[in-house]
Design a protein. Sequence first.
Length: 163
Amino acid sequence: MAIAVVLMGVAGCGKTSLGRCLSARLGWPFFDGDDYHPDENIAKMAQGIPLNDSDRFVWLSCLHDLIENSLQAGESMLLACSALKMEYRDQLLEGNPGTIFVYLKGDYELIFQRLQERKSHYMKAEMLQSQFAALEEPEDAIVISIDQDLVAIVDEIEGELAP
């Protein structure tokens, strides 16, 4: 049975890096949700302006369809998407059984440091506070602490996904 694994959490928690590593290990395609933002959203974030719910709606609709298409084709997949609020996760889940959220949890200081070290990404470290303010921690997700090395996190996620 195909599954869609959504790697979720605030900017800088490691969604893209983990998605790429998991993709290589599991042989599943990886989709970075950032690649599906409309130009208007990217411009807004690049100016340090947090997105609002209406900014995210079209983006989340596109990601929902990406999940739906993969599941209907019987193909497992990985998706990096912040999915900060329950309503965003509900939008992704609607009609998509077999979708699993993996919450990459870390503290503000660690993630802020990571964002400061990132080069050429439109999401600036100064916007992290708005991400934590919007975050509604999921109650129905696999929770993974990001204060360990990449391989350990990938091992933990793979172990949680094993039947």
